[in-house]
Design a protein around this ligand. Structure first.
Ligand code: 5GP
Length: 190
């Protein structure tokens, strides 16, 4: 197996990282999305083995016990998310680089593990207020879940300067263009 690179996008939920990651996947055929495992149920039109591996808590904890994760997090109370070692290997075996959409703690953990093979990008929303509006407007979460996401987002914003790059997402088109440049330079670097 030849080891590819890792491109990590982290941000509070609602900062726009998923949209930016999807844009990059269209632009760069050499990138492949790391499908995380999660214990939360699928939302909207999400699909198993495309957006996430939707698994039971029992199965998740079994994988934790067998050290199958390179990182995992109880991102929300009782809801686990994690990156499987087998997922990174699956992608590298296809000769591609891995792109991640993952929470701030998980992103920093991957960066510490893979060091110069990883580029860790923090997507910064214009403000907490705008982030709250975006999350509310999405209409996919209950009021309790939304509150949990707001509280977590507030904490996560403080982690920005621990990343290699802070990408401001004040205007989506500009942010996508900047992301293209950052990722293009990184994957072409020897
Ligand atoms: P959502 O429920 O909105 O899909 O994701 C909630 C949060 O969990 C997001 O910040 C998302 O990036 C993060 N997340 C998704 N997959 C993983 C993962 O494998 N590990 C960690 N640590 N966080 C993840």
């Amino acid at each position: 197996m030849t080891q590819g690179k890792l491109i990590i996008f982290s941000a509070p939920s609602g900062a726009g990282k998923t949209t930016i990651v999807k844009h990059l996947l269209q632009k760069f055929p050499s990138l492949s999305f790391s499908i995380s495992a999660t214990t939360r149920p699928a939302r909207g039109d999400e699909e198993h083995e495309k957006d996430y591996y939707f698994i039971s808590q029992e199965s998740f904890l079994h994988k934790v016990a067998h050290q199958e994760f390179v990182e995992f997090e109880e991102v929300y109370n009782g809801t686990f998310y994690g990156t499987l070692r087998s997922e990174i290997e699956r992608i590298w075996n296809t000769g591609k680089h891995v792109i991640f959409d993952i929470d701030v703690e998980g992103g920093l953990r991957l960066k510490r593990k893979y060091e110069n093979d990883a580029l860790a990008i923090f997507v910064q929303p214009p403000s907490l207020e705008i982030l709250k509006e975006r999350l509310t407007g999405r209409g996919t979460d209950s009021p309790e879940k939304l509150q949990e996401r707001f509280t977590k987002a507030e904490k996560e914003l403080a982690y920005a300067d621990k990343f290699d790059v802070i990408l401001k997402n004040y205007d989506l088109e500009t942010a996508c263009k900047e992301a293209e440049k950052l990722v293009g330079d990184f994957i072409n670097k020897k």
